[in-house]
Design a protein around this ligand. Structure first.
Ligand code: KG4
Ligand code: ZN
Length: 341
């Protein structure tokens, strides 16, 4: 065993992916096992929390065993166990937290609680080994839309956040409305490729007095109103045009905020994170905006954008080396705020 290697077993179970990963020195991913529950939740059109918890319990041991096996390492070689303890579904989070505590206790390994959004941001450290703070990160997932200034490892200033729905949630709701099913994001993206993004002028909401905040619930309602309006007039609507126009409105809003932050804060590095960052149109729009302003653009590959444990291992590493240790009182915190302990 090399002494300069810090090996972390990371566990993620905040929503509908049961995941475990072994990460060395925060950026070197030795395994990244993800057991997705999507096929089960698809039957219900969205994540059913009780089912998610039960499936995590059924799968977590096997997922951890696989992660260790793939990394060709044993539990005794781990320097720390990192686990997502919030935000997320409380029952789902509890499974990972209880498992991590049990392993840490039984093997006498330090325990490190990780914030899920900090994990999403830290996925960029894996895909871009040269990336170091400070930078701005736009985190766009099913539960969160946060524009964050990363001032140092583990240090965050929130510039803006959604006041209602998250962008990914809007994708999921619109997908359901136009009959594409769950999970909505990738399906809307595929449908949008067949449509005209300028066919329907959906609103791009601004939050008065808080220019960096986001609001997506009005956009979702506008899509539903448009569809109802067509139905009432006996007209048909084009689903691909709706998908493309909706996506253009979300991407446009996200991009406007990103550009405003780049210009105001004068950063030279801008990163994306979260499930929606796997959307090709979104990545391209932000990349173009960065290129035009000589700002270096970062975005993890799709597999590190959606929920995974490797990102928890990356975030956990920086917390671990800064001295964070959690005790047996570590609990799931469904509404945990970024930067809070
Ligand atoms: O980060 P994530 O896996 O879970 C949360 O922490 O929420 O994000 C999941 C969200 C879902 O709302 C999903 O519809 C969205 O990310 N998403 C996408 C795409 N892939 C996933 N949204 C738009 N386009 C995509 N290609
Ligand atoms: Zn997530």
């Amino acid at each position: 065993m090399k002494n300069d290697e810090i090996k972390i077993l990371a566990i993620e179970s905040s929503c509908d992916e049961t995941a475990a990963s072994v990460v060395v020195n925060g950026r070197d991913v030795r395994s990244n096992v993800i057991s997705s529950q999507v096929p089960i939740h698809t039957l219900y059109g969205g994540v059913v929390p009780e089912i998610a918890s039960r499936k995590h319990i059924e799968r977590i041991n096997q997922v951890i065993d696989e992660a260790l096996k793939e990394a060709a390492m044993g539990l005794d070689e781990m320097d720390a166990i990192a686990v997502t303890y919030g935000p997320g579904l409380v029952g789902a989070l509890l499974v990972g937290v209880a498992e991590a505590k049990a392993i840490a206790f039984a093997r006498n390994i330090p325990l490190v609680g990780v914030h899920h959004i900090e994990g999403h941001i830290s996925a960029n450290y894996i895909s871009a080994p040269e990336l170091e703070p400070p930078f701005i990160c736009l985190v766009v997932s099913g539960g969160h839309t946060h524009l964050v200034k990363v001032t140092d490892y583990g240090k965050y200033e929130i510039i803006g956040r959604t006041v209602d729905d998250a962008a990914g949630e809007a994708f999921d709701k619109v997908a359901r409305a136009i009959g594409l099913g769950y999970p909505g994001g990738p399906k809307v993206e595929a449908k949008a490729k067949e449509g005209d993004p300028s066919a329907i002028a959906f609103p791009r909401a601004k939050v008065s007095d808080r220019p960096y905040d986001f609001s997506f619930s009005g956009l979702k309602s506008a899509v539903l109103n448009y569809m109802n309006g067509c139905t009432m007039k006996g007209e048909t609507y084009n689903e691909a045009d709706i998908a493309a126009s909706f996506q253009a409105a979300v991407v446009g809003t996200l991009c406007d905020h990103a550009v405003m932050a780049i210009e105001e804060f004068g950063v030279d590095k801008f990163a994306l994170a979260g499930g929606v960052a796997s959307n090709g149109a979104f990545r391209e729009a932000i990349k173009d905006a960065c290129d035009q302003r000589n700002v270096k653009f970062y975005c993890p590959p799709p597999i590190l954008c959606t929920d995974n444990a490797a990102m928890i291992g990356a975030a956990g590493y920086y917390s671990f080396i800064s001295g964070r240790r959690d005790g047996w009182e570590l609990n799931a915190v469904p509404g945990l705020k970024l930067g809070e302990r």
